[in-house]
Design a protein around this ligand. Structure first.
Ligand SMILES: Cc1cc2nc3c(=O)[nH]c(=O)nc-3n(C[C@H](O)[C@H](O)[C@H](O)COP(=O)(O)OP(=O)(O)OC[C@H]3O[C@@H](n4cnc5c(N)ncnc54)[C@H](O)[C@@H]3O)c2cc1C
Length: 458
């Protein structure tokens, strides 16, 4: 029977990042990545057709996280990355049926038409409202701290990251860093000012972050991380159990493999399924939000506003959750003189829209966009992408799962658990969690994840 020092279940960004940090921090270990699919990358997959280049999954990640910066430096990918600086691009909110720029600075926040004068004063009440330590949803928390007028903006942020519902997502799971600031300083505004001062002292980027991707698309990251690595593709892990002498026995559809350490880097629900054979989890699965991406190529006569794209809060009653103006963010994503837009539909609140056929989706998205953007003619190119991967929703059950994971890792030495939905959902979260997993492996003392202020990546 084959034996490895480290076996990683899952060849997505999490698993491959764990492999990278094992090589770096624990050199000399024999390591195998086991992936059930015929391709690596999981949710990361680039789309190319007719001169357009989009993404099935992630479209970008911010360059403000130490672990991702480290990974990019280690792999040489910093030199290749394309950066779209948030400071140079506008982001828009659909507000009362039109696109309004989101404020990017304190001065523009004071004058934005998105919030009334009274609403702005109410936001400042954060300075003296006492924190409620109990677990709560993001919606309840925002209403308490900042007042109801901020809810549509928060709705948009949560839509842009989770395709989720702020009335169900758990504050402590989704925004652990902001929550920590609130509890430490009694106010989010005060906490953010403190952080800004630290940044001015050289402990931060000192500028608005940039969104990163690569000229060949996000898949490039996967290709580079997988280079020269031993990977068993088309191999489904079906179960794991502690074997003799401290080793683990990992049962796959291709046979059993022994390993000193097993890192479960599958999405949270797949992980729970595998772990339930060892001990039943307190919750069998987290809800998952699915979206479709309607890719549209438009002629240069389309008056797509300059910027990253827009998001539509639920109260606007739009068909489309929002759209990315991809060829504004990254050059060469569309043939010369044309524009690429990627519009997202579905999400936690509208799974029924995923059942529409391609024609219906394209025409509903086009009609929706036409009311917001001057589009003199129908798209020259359109394609509906239906990613098989959904986004795990860190709702109110999530903290119980984290406590259970800590117990499992304590009880079963050599078992480590990370991946989509455990320590967040964004690419930066996955890379940070991968590094923490390897540090925990090195120290064998359990994970010591530090809650950071989360970055919104759209
Ligand atoms: C539609 C969509 C849009 C997104 N947009 C963004 C974005 O713009 N920015 C951002 O930062 N993040 C975004 N994300 C999140 C980002 O894609 C994830 O953070 C990241 O890809 C998760 O990587 P992972 O390796 O943890 O999980 P996955 O990508 O799901 O990979 C897990 C791998 O494990 C394999 N696997 C599972 N079970 C087994 C088993 N039993 N045996 C063997 N192999 C197994 C799977 O086949 C898969 O390849 C998006 C996600 C989606 C779905």
């Amino acid at each position: 029977m084959a034996r490895y020092d480290v076996l990683i279940v899952g060849g997505g960004l999490s698993g491959l990042s764990v492999a990278h940090f094992v090589d770096k921090l624990l050199p000399g270990r024999s390591l195998l990545v086991v992936e059930k699919a015929p391709r690596l990358g999981g949710a990361v997959q680039t789309f190319r057709q007719a001169g357009f280049q989009g993404e099935w999954g992630p479209h970008g990640f911010l360059d403000n996280t130490a672990e991702s910066q480290e990974l990019l430096r280690d792999t040489g990918l910093y030199n290749e990355a394309q950066a779209a600086p948030l400071g140079d691009f506008y982001r828009y909110l659909c507000h009362r049926g039109r696109l309004v720029r989101l404020p990017q600075s304190l001065a523009s926040a004071l004058t934005t038409p998105l919030i009334s004068g009274w609403g702005k004063l109410r936001v400042l009440a954060d300075l003296w409202r006492r924190p409620i330590p109990e677990a709560m949803t993001i919606g309840d928390w925002v209403r308490h701290r900042f007042g109801p007028e901020l809810l549509p903006l928060v709705d948009a942020a949560v839509t842009g990251s989770f395709a989720g519902d702020y009335t169900r997502l758990c504050l402590d799971s989704v925004m652990p860093g902001v929550r920590k600031l609130e509890l430490a300083t009694g106010s989010v505004i005060r906490g953010l000012i403190r952080k800004k001062r630290e940044a001015a002292k050289g402990q931060g980027l000192g500028r608005l972050p940039s969104m990163l991707n690569f000229p060949d698309g996000m898949e490039r990251l996967i290709t580079v991380l997988a280079q020269g690595r031993e990977v068993a593709q088309n191999t489904l892990v079906q179960g794991l159990e502690p074997g003799g002498g401290g080793d683990w026995r990992v049962r796959t559809d291709q046979g059993t493999i022994e390993a000193g350490r097993v890192v479960l880097a599958a999405p949270v629900n797949g992980g729970l399924q595998l772990l339930s054979g060892l001990r039943p989890p307190p919750v069998s699965c987290l809800p998952v939000s699915r979206i479709v991406n309607v890719v549209m190529g438009l002629s240069g006569r389309a008056k797509v506003p300059y910027g990253f794209g827009y998001l539509a809060p639920e109260r606007e009653g739009r068909f489309t959750l929002g759209a990315m103006f991809t060829s504004h963010m990254f050059p060469d994503r569309a043939p010369s003189g044309q524009v690429l837009i990627e519009a997202l539909v579905g999400g936690r609140r509208h799974p029924e829209r995923l059942a529409l056929d391609d024609e219906e989706l394209i025409s509903a998205v086009y009609e929706d966009l036409r009311q917001l953007i001057e589009l003199p003619e129908p798209p020259l190119f359109s394609r509906v992408l239906r990613p098989e991967h959904g986004i795990p929703q860190l709702e109110m059950d999530h903290p119980r799962l984290l406590a259970w994971r800590a117990e499992m890792e304590r009880h079963f030495p050599g078992l480590l658990i990370c991946g989509f939905g455990w320590d967040g959902i964004g690419m930066n979260d996955m890379i940070r969690s991968a590094k923490n997993t390897v540090l925990a492996m090195a120290a064998a003392t359990g994970r010591q994840d530090e809650a950071k202020v989360k970055a919104v990546y759209f």
